[in-house]
Design a protein around this ligand. Structure first.
Ligand SMILES: [Zn+2]
Length: 211
């Protein structure tokens, strides 16, 4: 299945200016456009253990743009990716070329996460592990983003998010029936096992990030 629950898509015109160096002003647009998920690994930004967990990545790296005195502004929206800090930190050192417009070189490099092609290189197994379909996918997964080293955490985040989505769906269904009706009560029984799972996944995540 697809590595991200929903493929991210940037709006044509961001609500803030694309001039200047203060790219943080785009964070709320990016959150929406990336569906509150990391563009690269698909992790959901919602378990709230640390405020700095999600960051803004520059697809063509920020340091590279500064050093090369690029004409691409640090605030250029099409170059920004909503990213978990693990993907952002891991990606930093791995630009494959010495040019800002060359992001693929042989079997090394990055696919832009809003590009349809991203899904051709990486995919997700039923238990939430991230795997690859191509040498570029393998390079991104193992050399750049180190998904292989973070697999337990990525699987856990995926399961946690799936449980959250399932709970929300059931609550929506529940709200369409009157309180205490038979349908309402039947649907309600489906929630208990999901809440239990959600609770245990959350505890495990807390161990990862706070432990
Ligand atoms: Zn990520």
């Amino acid at each position: 299945m697809s590595i991200r629950e929903i493929r991210p898509s940037r709006r044509e015109t961001p609500s803030k200016s694309e001039k200047g160096n203060n790219y943080h002003k785009h964070k709320s647009d990016l959150q929406e456009d990336f569906n509150y998920c990391c563009g690269y690994c698909g992790s959901f930004d919602g378990f709230g253990y640390t405020k700095t967990y999600f960051e803004i990545d520059h697809f063509v790296p920020k340091d590279f743009l500064i050093k090369s005195k690029s004409s691409i502004s640090l605030s250029k929206y099409s170059n920004l990716v909503y990213s978990c800090r693990f993907c952002n930190n891991n990606k930093t050192k791995h630009w494959p070329s010495k040019r800002e417009d060359i992001y693929l070189l042989g079997n090394e490099g990055f696919i832009e996460p809003c590009d349809l092609e991203y899904e051709n290189h990486l995919y997700r197994t039923d238990d939430g592990a991230i795997m690859w379909n191509s040498p570029i996918g393998e390079w991104m997964a193992t050399t750049a983003f180190k998904f292989d080293e973070r697999m337990d955490e990525l699987k856990l985040l995926w399961k946690y998010n799936k449980t959250r989505i399932a709970i929300e769906k059931i609550i929506d269904e529940l709200n369409s029936y009157p309180d205490n009706s038979e349908q309402h009560n039947n649907i309600k029984t489906k929630l208990t096992p999901l809440f239990e799972k959600h609770y245990f996944f959350q505890k495990e995540l807390a161990t990862f990030y706070n432990g």
